[in-house]
Design a binder for this molecule. Structure first.
Ligand code: AGP
Length: 608
């Protein structure tokens, strides 16, 4: 989604803003722009395409003098990607400039009213209504004008605003789209996310919904939506700056795949204490956890896939009825809530609009919400009743790898906790599973050594058009994720099927040479999946199987086999996903695609 960066201080603003925007590139965008007060006017430059086009146009900001400015990377919603639709947007007198992340839902009515009043629209964006409304309401007091606009617009927004009348100030406002304010001895910043300002400051204010900020070199002031001053406390970000850099890897995705052993360890280890699972930090007591008789997991994309794995593992180990649903479906299907249901919202970013809306709906119906979230201080983390953080660290590649792995690890912790509380497994099995959990990081590490073998195989499938992933049980949950990983970064059409479902229709697509990736890590289901492999091979498919080292006989059945070490059956997804992440990576690399920033995608989906 769109990225916002702004700066006011002692340094030249444009290079700092461009640098900030470059660190938000992972969010996904199709055009970029910057506006800077140059001592006389608000000087604006915008360009469709990658940020480097704007960087070349402005000589990395050098051609834009001035100490106060705002910038934006746009992910098109209303109006196609173009120079004109790129942000910032300015009013006709060039005295107000606005950058916006989010969607103004009632923009059509607002636009008609403004057109009737004689305002002219230069772009096709929803954002432009904000510019004209600010112009209409501005009477010398920027905060008052912003307030009035906020009372009239519906939808979501993070805004950076400049007024020519107040050239040494940046104004910001937020509702349902992330925005932070940073402070250093050198200046003040606004940004959509921490990496944009991490090299300048670690002192950050998280803006809450319906708050306004006013930044000058001297002050950082905050107001509520009625214009009343409010006090906010900054937090100190303790991320390692190198965590948001490539560290010698060709891509963030490859780096993040390699960071999985550490990320899983950081997520699991602090929660295993004295032979037990200790979740006392999450903000829900054992009594409360025990009071739930049902779990509903809600999330989007890969986070949803982690929830599908979570459903299998929770039901298997803790015998608690669990459902997993896509947040975009859940929120509109009039779900049945009751007080005994625990709603678990899973999100890497903690800002996904549909997941956040589902969380709010569940809370409004009196349900307790537990969030499994990676970004500390994000909206979902702040609004949930309890939070189980995944300690994956900053994830930059659009295609998630380490955050997904930590999400499924978080579900293992929860499943074991519930199983212990509900006495659904014996103490001996609990201990065996705990030991297996502790061994996962080392086993993931060992899998990374298979890289070359996977790259070799991937290179043979660069031109393929369709790939099918099949598996049963948690292997099927894993197939959903492996298939998404492949299609999002390689643009190859792929589908994930429960292996037993193929013969109900999809098998008609099998023909000579069709690539099927079959996952068979569950001993209890192994013979069934082998039968499904035979079925597709009979129809001409080429099968690559992923199975455990205990099943060398798979080579008689599949054409190519990738082996993974064995762990306890419910935890196999943590191991089997690694070669399939690497497969997707190497296919994308081999096809010469932008691995970290695939087309049309955004890391943080803050609009519906
Ligand atoms: C994963 O590779 C995706 N890019 C995407 O499906 C993602 O998992 C989804 O948008 C949810 O994001 P969240 O975890 O930040 O809520």
């Amino acid at each position: 989604m769109c990225g916002i960066a702004g700066y006011i201080g002692k340094q030249q603003a444009a290079p700092i803003i461009l640098d900030g925007l470059s660190r938000l590139e992972y969010r996904g965008y199709d055009s970029a722009g910057v506006a800077v007060y140059d001592g006389e006017r608000i000087h604006m430059e915008k360009a469709q395409g990658r940020l480097r086009v704007l960087e070349e146009l402005t000589q990395h900001g050098a051609t834009m003098p001035g100490f106060c400015g705002i910038g934006h990377t746009r992910w098109a919603t209303h109006g196609s990607p173009s120079d004109t639709n790129a942000h910032p947007h300015m009013n006709e007198s060039n005295s107000i400039a606005v950058v916006h992340n989010g969607i103004i839902e009632n923009y059509a009515q607002l636009k008609q009213r403004l057109l009737n009043k004689g305002y002219h629209f230069a772009s096709e964006t929803d954002t432009e209504v904000l510019v004209h409304m600010l112009t209409e309401y501005y009477n010398g007091d920027p905060v008052e004008a912003i307030e009035k606009v906020m009372h009239r617009v519906e939808g979501s927004y993070a805004l950076g605003i400049m007024f020519l009348d107040h050239p040494h100030h940046i104004y910001a406002a937020r509702k349902d789209s992330p925005l932070i304010v940073g402070e250093s001895s050198d200046g003040k910043f606004i940004a959509s996310d921490v990496p944009a300002i991490l090299q300048y400051t670690r002192t950050v204010y998280y803006m809450e919904n319906e708050e306004i900020a006013c930044l000058s070199t001297e002050h950082t002031r905050f107001f509520n939506v009625d214009g009343e001053p409010i006090q906010k406390t900054p937090v100190t970000i303790d991320w390692d700056i190198h965590a948001a850099e490539k560290g010698g890897f060709e891509h963030f995705m490859l780096k993040e795949i390699h960071e999985q052993p550490k990320a899983i360890k950081d997520t699991i280890s602090p929660r295993i204490k004295d032979g037990d699972i200790d979740l006392s930090e999450i903000g829900m007591s054992d009594e409360e956890l025990l009071s739930f008789h049902k779990i509903t997991i809600v999330a989007c994309g890969s986070a949803y896939h982690s929830g599908v794995t979570g459903r299998y593992v929770l039901e298997d180990l803790a015998r608690i009825p669990t459902e997993a649903d896509l947040a975009s479906e859940f929120r509109y299907r009039n779900p049945i809530y009751d007080a005994g249901t625990l709603v678990i919202v899973v999100s890497q970013s903690g800002e996904t609009a549909d997941s956040l809306a589902a969380l709010r709906d569940a809370k409004a119906h009196g349900c307790k919400v537990l969030a499994i979230v990676n970004v500390v201080g994000s909206s979902i983390a702040r609004e949930a009743d309890a939070v189980l953080y995944t300690w994956a660290g900053p994830e930059i590649a659009v295609a998630t790898t380490k955050a997904y792995s930590c999400q499924i690890a978080a579900f293992y912790l929860l499943a074991l906790k519930f199983a212990r509380l509900r006495s659904t497994i014996t103490p001996e099995r609990f201990q065996t599973l705990l030991d297996a959990l502790s061994c996962l990081p080392g086993q993931v590490e060992s899998l990374l050594a298979q890289k070359e073998k996977i790259q070799f195989f991937a290179n043979h499938y660069l031109a393929t058009e369709h790939i099918f992933f099949i598996g049963r049980g948690i292997d099927y949950a894993l197939c959903l994720e492996a298939s998404l990983k492949l299609k999002e970064i390689s643009y190859i059409h792929s589908e994930a099927y429960a292996a037993g479902e193929l013969k109900h229709g999809t098998i008609s697509l099998m023909e000579n040479g069709t690539l099927v990736i079959a996952v068979a890590t569950q001993d209890a289901l192994y013979p069934k999946t082998v039968s499904n492999i035979v079925e597709v091979k009979t129809r001409g498919a080429f099968v690559m199987a992923v199975t455990t080292l205990q099943h060398p006989e798979m080579e008689k059945c599949a054409d190519y086999v990738l082996y993974v070490p064995k762990t306890a059956a419910p935890f196999m997804d943590s191991l089997a996903i690694v070669p399939l992440q690497l497969f997707a990576y190497y296919v994308s690399l081999g096809r010469g695609l932008d691995v970290d920033k695939p087309r049309n995608l955004a890391k943080s989906v803050t609009v519906e």
